[in-house]
Design a protein around this ligand. Structure first.
Ligand SMILES: *Cc1c(COP(=O)(O)O)cnc(C)c1O
Length: 510
């Protein structure tokens, strides 16, 4: 009972505390009042002390009254009950070589009612309070509850906008409730930041505990290495990235170079890089940051929670995610599922994974009703971040799809480039992966699987500017085998008034 004693969690210091306190109690008073008046005063969501850095201010802040009860651990993804590991262990796989999953103490989290969590998350959105200004760490109790605020490495990632695709939905697809979650509007230009803040924070903590982790490393199709190198650089931790030579975009290559990573450009594909880094991390004290690593998914799942929050806890009918290694679809599922299990929402969306036809092992398995899965050799695709033939998280993805009555769709190179370009004409600037998801949406809409007023979220996984080369090639008509239905090449004109007028008359006066 002691923890319920009035004011036990309220430790304010410095100027401005009273104002902040009355603000937070006012904004949460209504929902919390259903249980216990005293709780209203104790919701303590980043009250600012006036002095010191935001990190120091966080150090003086009292924790949520029940937060010591929250915890998480690693368990085998297969559900084996007899095996578990501390989150502070350096471990990637279960005893039998299977995937691990981060499991939260849901009973402890359920001590607080849904209204409490909603109010808490809403209260923290988009502030500069350490670390809650981050869209990931604003959900800290559901991500890594045991980590000290001081160990967190964050760039206030997340809180990305939901783009209402008004014109594209209306004019192209005959839909009125279509949204694009702009996960690429982020520090390094892809959703990978959401996972990397969780992983690098935990590595930071383990290094402080004295664990022998000389560096963090990953194999990457480009975006993971960009995110890893940025977060490692922010924390002052050495990083090493293995990249498939000539298979990533220039922007993706220059990011880890700029952030000071040791960059190994290897003459193979992603799957080859992955094999090598696994062998290397078995020999050297390098912490493996691949999506095999379940810590990252804890950060990535917050994008799903954020979508629900942005819709004021309305659940979309469909969420479409471009998938390669297939960790992200499971991360989104986990975010949605936690919200349902803790009563913040009452259902799950149908999840759709969109794959490039050239790298479609999940799509092929889906066509057999998930009876059988076979790794394939992925062929080149403009959606280079999902050119993966042997996805690490295949079991996770199949689970998420089965639990949500999910769908898998695929898109050819022409379909994905066309979809990205057509949507760009309504104000977006899509990367090819988002193009894959948009092409999948178009097919599901044409098949009437998705209806005109269904609430649909397309997850945009990276910023289009990272993939300017292929977009330029599309508009220049330089891609072999693709007509470029929506190409809009620049018109080259000599410096001459008459010639400029000729072009304008031809194009404008019809
Ligand atoms: C990593 C990545 C994906 C695929 O995510 P998975 O978890 O591997 O399925 C999709 N799009 C972009 C831009 C990515 O960087």
């Amino acid at each position: 009972m002691a923890a319920f004693a009035p004011n036990s969690a309220l430790v304010f210091s410095g100027r401005g505390a009273t104002g902040a306190r009355s603000l937070s109690s006012r904004s949460i008073a209504k929902p919390v009042a259903i249980n216990d008046q005293s709780r209203a005063r104790k919701v303590n969501v980043g009250v600012r002390a006036a002095t010191g850095s935001i990190r120091e201010q966080a150090g003086r802040r009292a924790p949520l009254e029940k937060s010591t009860l929250f915890n998480c651990k690693y368990v085998p993804f297969s559900g084996d009950q007899n095996e578990e590991y501390s989150i502070d262990d350096v471990i990637y796989r279960s005893k039998n070589g299977g995937l691990l999953d981060v499991q939260h103490d849901m009973e402890a989290l359920a001590i607080y009612p849904p209204e409490y969590w909603k109010a808490l998350f809403d209260e923290r959105v988009g502030k500069t309070v350490w670390p809650y200004g981050s869209g990931v760490w604003s959900k800290k109790e559901w991500v890594l509850p045991g980590i000290s605020d001081d160990d967190i490495v964050s760039m206030f990632e997340g809180n990305s906008n939901l783009f209402w695709a008004d014109r594209y939905g209306r004019e192209v697809l005959g839909m009125n409730d279509l949204w694009v979650k702009q996960c690429g509007n982020s520090h390094t230009g892809s959703f990978k930041d959401l996972g990397m803040t969780a992983l690098v924070s935990q590595v930071n903590r383990m290094r402080k505990q004295g664990k022998p982790l000389a560096a963090v490393g990953c194999a990457s199709t480009g975006d993971t290495s960009a995110a890893l190198s940025a977060y490692a650089a922010a924390a002052g931790i050495p990083s090493i990235v293995f990249l498939p030579a000539d298979k990533i975009s220039l922007a993706q290559l220059v990011q880890p170079i700029a952030n000071g990573s040791l960059v190994l450009s290897i003459d193979t594909d992603f799957d080859g890089c992955m094999r090598l880094i696994r062998e290397v991390t078995a020999e050297l004290p390098i912490y493996l940051a691949n999506s095999l690593n379940s810590l990252r998914l804890e950060g990535q799942k917050t994008a799903a929670i954020e979508i629900l929050q942005q819709f004021d806890w309305q659940v979309p009918d469909y969420v479409i995610i471009p998938g390669g290694n297939l960790g992200n679809v499971y991360a989104f599922f986990k975010g949605f599922k936690m919200c349902k299990d803790l009563g913040l929402v009452d259902k799950l969306p149908r999840m759709v994974v969109a794959q490039a036809h050239n790298a479609n092992p999940l799509y092929r398995a889906y066509k057999t009703g998930f009876e059988k899965f076979e790794a394939i050799k992925a062929e080149p695709t403009f959606a280079s971040a999902i050119q993966i033939g042997d996805p690490v998280s295949i079991d996770r993805a199949v689970y998420a799809l089965k639990e949500t009555n999910g769908i898998v769709e695929e898109a050819t190179e022409e379909e994905l480039m066309d979809a990205a370009a057509e949507a760009d004409l309504t104000g977006m600037f899509n990367c090819p992966h988002t193009g894959v998801a948009l092409a999948a949406l178009k097919k599901l809409r044409e098949a009437q699987t998705i209806g005109p007023s269904d609430k649909v979220v397309v997850v945009s996984t990276a910023h289009g500017l990272k993939f300017a080369q292929s977009k330029v090639a599309y508009h220049a008509g330089e891609i072999e085998g693709i007509v470029g239905k929506f190409a809009n090449p620049p018109v080259e004109v000599k410096e001459d008034f008459g010639l400029v007028m000729d072009v304008l008359k031809e194009r404008l006066v019809q």
